[in-house]
Design a protein around this ligand. Sequence first.
Ligand code: SF4
Length: 309
Amino acid sequence: MARPALHALRAAHPQAEITACGPLVLLDLLAPEGLWQRAEALTGGAGLAGRLRAAHPDAALVLPPSFSSAWLALLSGARLRVGFAHEGRSPLLTRAVRRPARGDLHLSREYLGLAARLGAREVPLPGLGVDAGATREAAALLARVGLGDGPFAILGPGAAYGPAKRWSAQRFAELGGRLAARGLAVLVCGAASEREICEAVAAAVGSRARPLAGVTSLPVQAALCARAALAVSNDSGLAHLAAATGAPTVVVFGSTCPAWTAPLGPRVRVVQRAPVCSPCFARDCAIGYACLAAVEVAMVTSAAGELAA
Ligand code: SF4
């Protein structure tokens, strides 16, 4: 979601020394993009604010809406501090920008709006850069699980947000079976916490499927996505990753709103059949997950067919 703003900022200020500050896994993932000179991981350790202050920053672009991120920007000593007005943190910022209602504007455009306060203008978004080492690791992993160079699809049946974002495992399995029948191997991917559902889906698909939850870093997962003939995922990080690499990506939406958070990429189809209660942004549903139940396997295969065409 932040990549369009980060690329716009880099293009607007090619000579600027930029320090990225964020979760280590995301800094690693975005390292091949060449968007910053220095990275500082948010590890919770002491001394981060001091290291940022030592760079004498002119400006801080604060993308997260948390109080702590605005507080860190203040401690960095940056003269200009741009971020969303939120959580009583506006006095910590010099430009506190009011957000539109959730879903009125795509989140990536909200971030671009912040970057525009620092002179950035939207630029064409390249595909997510994939590290050469990660590409080699992905190839080695495919060889280890007996898949070699053949074509494969990626399924992402998990979603850390909650069950209101999870299409049923049975339908993922049925979809995987159809893809396997068309000659694709099926990688069922997700975080370590999603191992159980990934193993269940892979087992139901059969001998052409492999469960790969929790066995890759984000860069290696990105390298797998970049090679995939198709990715089908719930509205999760995996969907965003696959879409950003340019993989043909079908995303099943449940309780949330694609107008706000649809993955960005050149080949993305969203499948959602929204009832009147949608979007509710709930993690659980009290009325039976009608939004997800209404998404049939045929709708997903049809979207995949459109992308292939
Ligand atoms: S309330 Fe409606 S939109 Fe929300 S999870 Fe339930 S069926 Fe889906």
